[in-house]
Design a binder for this molecule. Structure first.
Ligand code: LFR
Length: 484
């Protein structure tokens, strides 16, 4: 038997999803799930990449036990992080997480030397302290000098499995080092952070065959014959591909650890309005661009769940939130303090205290504060997005784990006056598989893939309830303007 497998690794967990088309419907099944997270080591927050490789192989063993002998596999992960590989082909150290404090002021410092406008005009990428550009800027110079190759996280995993190294564009664009016009790494920006073009393996588009899993892994693990396909390796790129958007005027919200809200474009939008609002133009598969804004997202809820010692599930937390009144306080969820605080609950309460906002106390109040303020942020961004693009947004497709939170879907629809279509929650794995299917001629193109998703999954539609929150959104916008 043959099968497609998506390896989808996020900041808090990874999994292997098995997929196929049966009776003209897309079928998806989780076969293996494992934990991920960074830990403090040598003064930095680092990812354990050997653990990730091992879990992929353990997942493949499970697949073989299901009598599947022939596998196509694609890997996607979060963006911006990289592994430094030495002359002997081995990593020099475990990669540092983008949430590490080392880049705290890096945008400020670098852009005092190279103007923001100059960087944005070249790359069209948003300014975030954690972009690869700033991570490399603060990188240990000695280590950089020993580096033969710099590999983005999913490319590195593919390299360890197959021995073949590439740099895939959807993820590489998040470095803020690709030149939009030239379609290559930008020499000036590379120079600024002391790296060279030839330290990056060759750039490839999504949907290229990488190669078979090396023989050495077959000696250690009982795994099926596996061909690795370089998919849209940035998880958000895969999520957007797996979004069943229809027509012209849809926007997406990929709702997971991060909330990524934006639109798919055929040409980048790196004009003044986009620059001022810090929108990004990440490269997509098949010549598209993900024009979007990063929003703090469910990371806040994930941290807090953890701080409650995982006493409540996400579903239980959502049930507690529903019992509370929304909009009891305004919080700018994109405040930098929420990136990686020692304690999220404390950070949230401190924010409210400092800004004379009502302090949420109980788990229900805390969750409602997060959900309400994420929804407000989404609604505000939808207005900006429509303004920058110069056309109304008719539908917001919400995908990812957050699309299961009915409360937020409804609040967002009502606040923004836009219809919300929620689902599928597994859009990232689906997008990963769609690229594999297109590459192997199982599907003609992404439109056909999106139609297949729309009829295979149970999507939920939310309409704005009434406009009694119109004033709330205005008050929130006034609050943001005042407090920024
Ligand atoms: C989502 C995501 C975002 C990226 C952030 C950091 O998982 O990939 O798109 O901005 O993580 O890599």
């Amino acid at each position: 038997m043959r099968a497609y497998v998506a390896v989808d690794i996020g900041a808090s967990s990874g999994r292997l999803m098995l997929a196929n088309i049966e009776n003209q419907h897309f079928k998806l099944k989780e076969v293996h799930r494992f934990k991920n997270g960074f830990r403090a080591e040598d003064g930095h927050d680092r990812w354990d990449v050997d653990h990730l490789v091992k879990e992929i192989l353990v997942g493949l063993e499970k697949i073989k036990r299901m009598h599947i002998r022939d596998v196509r596999l694609g890997i996607d992960t979060w963006a911006v992080d990289y592994v430094l590989v030495g002359n002997n082909g081995q990593k020099l150290c475990d990669p540092v997480s983008y949430r590490d404090k080392r880049t705290e002021n890096a945008v400020k410092v670098l852009t005092s030397e190279l103007p923001r406008e100059y960087i944005y005009e070249k790359t069209g990428i948003q300014f975030q302290n954690f972009n690869t550009l700033y991570q490399l800027f603060t990188e240990d110079r000695e280590k950089l000098a020993q580096t033969d190759r710099i590999m983005m996280m999913p490319d590195y995993l593919g390299y360890v499995l197959t021995g073949n190294a590439v740099t895939e564009v959807t993820n590489a664009s998040t470095t803020q080092m690709l030149n939009l016009r030239e379609g290559l790494f930008d020499k000036d920006l590379l120079h600024k952070v002391n790296v060279y073009q030839n330290q990056f393996p060759r750039l490839v588009e999504s949907g290229t065959v990488l190669g078979n899993i090396s023989h050495k892994w077959h000696l250690k693990y009982d795994i099926p014959e596996t061909e690795v396909i370089t998919v849209a390796t940035h998880d958000t790129a895969s999520a957007v591909l797996g979004t069943p958007g229809k027509g012209e005027n849809w926007a997406f919200l990929s709702s997971g650890t991060w909330s990524l809200l934006g639109a798919e474009l055929n040409t980048p939008e790196n004009g003044l309005a986009a620059f001022k609002e810090n929108y990004t133009n990440e490269w997509g598969a098949y010549g598209t661009y993900r024009f979007l804004k990063n929003i703090m997202g469910l990371w806040m809820a994930q941290c807090i769940k953890h701080e409650y010692h995982d006493k409540y599930s996400f579903a239980q937390l959502a049930d507690l939130a529903v019992k509370e009144a929304p909009f009891q306080q305004f919080i700018d969820v994109n405040d930098d303090r929420f990136i990686n605080p020692k304690n999220m609950l404390q950070a949230l309460q401190d924010y409210c205290r400092e800004h004379q906002q009502k302090i949420p106390q109980t788990p229900g109040e805390v969750m409602m504060a997060i959900y309400s303020n994420l929804s407000l942020f989404y609604a505000n961004e939808l207005q900006k997005l429509a303004q920058i693009l110069g056309h109304p947004i008719e539908t917001l497709n919400i995908v990812g784990g957050g699309s299961n939170v009915a409360l937020m879907n409804q609040l967002t629809s009502t606040l923004s006056g836009v219809q919300v279509i929620a689902g599928p929650s597994e859009a990232t794995a689906i997008g990963n598989i769609l690229v594999q299917m297109i590459t192997t001629n199982q599907l003609p193109n992404i439109e056909a893939g999106r139609q297949l998703i729309a009829k295979s999954f149970n999507l939920k539609i939310y309409q704005p309830e009434s406009n009694h929150y119109a004033k709330t959104l205005k008050a929130y916008q006034a609050y943001l303007a005042e407090s920024s």
